[in-house]
Design a protein around this ligand. Structure first.
Ligand code: SAH
Length: 344
């Protein structure tokens, strides 16, 4: 038997096609879409302005997915909340809700596990399982808003997974997120982080979505980047920076480069000089320095030269800031998210 259709992954125009093929008027799709994405109905029975017969039919053929909260940890330092969610098939991934003065931001996962294999990142250690569906990305936001009572104003696609390796689902998800009848979030409030899947960066540039592209750089030369990020053997730093120039040219959005400083690996003066050389032609851009977050699988230690490194970049005309770490007491920081929370 075929499973029920995943209605939360359907855009308004898909929903219109579905409902007209059921013999319904097109406007019903708009009503239903608002129930699902604005009023956040969890059952068709709640959709009180739809005819009874349609509600019944919907229940037979479609499902409104939910996520289960398996674990919830709230930081005592800064109110950050980390959720471990379970998807309908039993797979799991983490989501983080961060509160800043200017509002709440959520960090969601785009895949269960990750194929990219970056040596410093916990999300990739247990391997890759599957892509997340548009509904499963959206539900990380909906369930988090529901449970926390906080309203999410901005989004970072910086959790588990490589978003550009799940391109179509991520794009559908962003369409749902920004739809007027739904959460209506401007994509200017979204940052998408990638390890550097070059052809997809170019494709995204052509789409001119308005989102901010964050590129996980972490090393300025091919030799150094190959050693910690396997993706660099596929798309090297020259191809990557060319794609970044293209992104800026197409969108006018300044690129943000992430650079996790690891003691004795990439925090020396020589590396800083190489970084300036690589990024100078990309100006205006922004470097986000992150003292590496320690994970149990590796001996990497936080650099003690973060301020020095930052000063060198700034003095050389490259805009650089140090990222504040949130949720340090609950392992909720960059690179610490996991597919499950076993052994933590
Ligand atoms: N796959 C995407 C999305 C992951 S985002 C990407 O690679 O960008 C997570 C961010 O945290 C990335 O910039 C990643 O490189 C960084 N990161 C991973 N492990 C880290 C660690 N241990 N300390 C600090 N940052 C880390």
């Amino acid at each position: 038997m075929m499973g029920k259709k995943d209605i939360l992954s359907m855009t308004l125009s898909v929903l219109e096609t579905e409902l007209t093929s059921l013999g319904e008027k097109k406007f019903r799709a708009g009503q239903l879409y608002s129930w699902l994405h604005d009023k956040r109905a969890v059952s068709f029975a709640e959709c009180s302005d739809l005819p009874k017969s349609l509600i019944e039919r919907l229940g037979e053929e479609y499902e409104i997915k939910r996520l289960k909260i398996i674990r919830k940890l709230e930081s005592e330092l800064d109110g950050t909340i980390k959720y471990l969610y379970e998807f309908p098939d039993g797979e799991r991934a983490e989501t983080v809700l961060m509160s800043y003065k200017h509002g709440n931001s959520i960090c969601i996962s785009s895949q269960v596990g990750c194929k990219m294999g970056c040596s410093f990142c916990a999300s990739t250690k247990a391997g890759f399982v599957r892509d997340l569906l548009p509904s499963e990305m959206l539900l990380q936001i909906y369930e988090t808003e529901r449970d926390s009572g906080r309203k999410v104003e901005s989004l970072v696609l910086m959790g588990i997974g490589e978003p550009l390796d799940n391109f179509d689902n991520v794009m559908t998800f962003l369409g749902l997120l920004s739809s007027e009848k739904g959460k209506n979030m401007s994509l200017r409030h979204v940052s998408l982080s990638t390890c550097g899947i070059v052809p997809r960066i170019r494709e995204l540039a052509d789409m001119k979505t308005g989102l901010t592209l964050s590129v996980s750089l972490h090393a300025p030369t091919d030799e150094k980047r190959n050693a910690i990020m396997p993706i660099n053997r596929r798309y090297d730093t020259t191809e990557l920076t060319e794609a970044c120039k293209y992104y800026f040219a197409q969108t006018g959005r300044r690129i943000s480069f992430e650079f996790a400083l690891i003691d004795g690996v990439n925090d020396d003066k020589e590396t800083a000089k190489e970084l300036v050389k690589l990024l100078r032609p990309l100006s205006p851009c922004h470097v986000n320095l992150i003292p590496v977050n320690e994970i149990r699988e590796r001996e990497y230690r936080k650099s003690s030269k973060v301020r020095e490194f930052q000063k060198f970049l700034t003095d050389s005309g490259i805009n650089a800031t140090v990222r504040r770490t949130l949720g340090a007491d609950i392992n909720a920081a960059c690179g610490q998210l996991r597919r499950d929370s076993a052994g933590k």
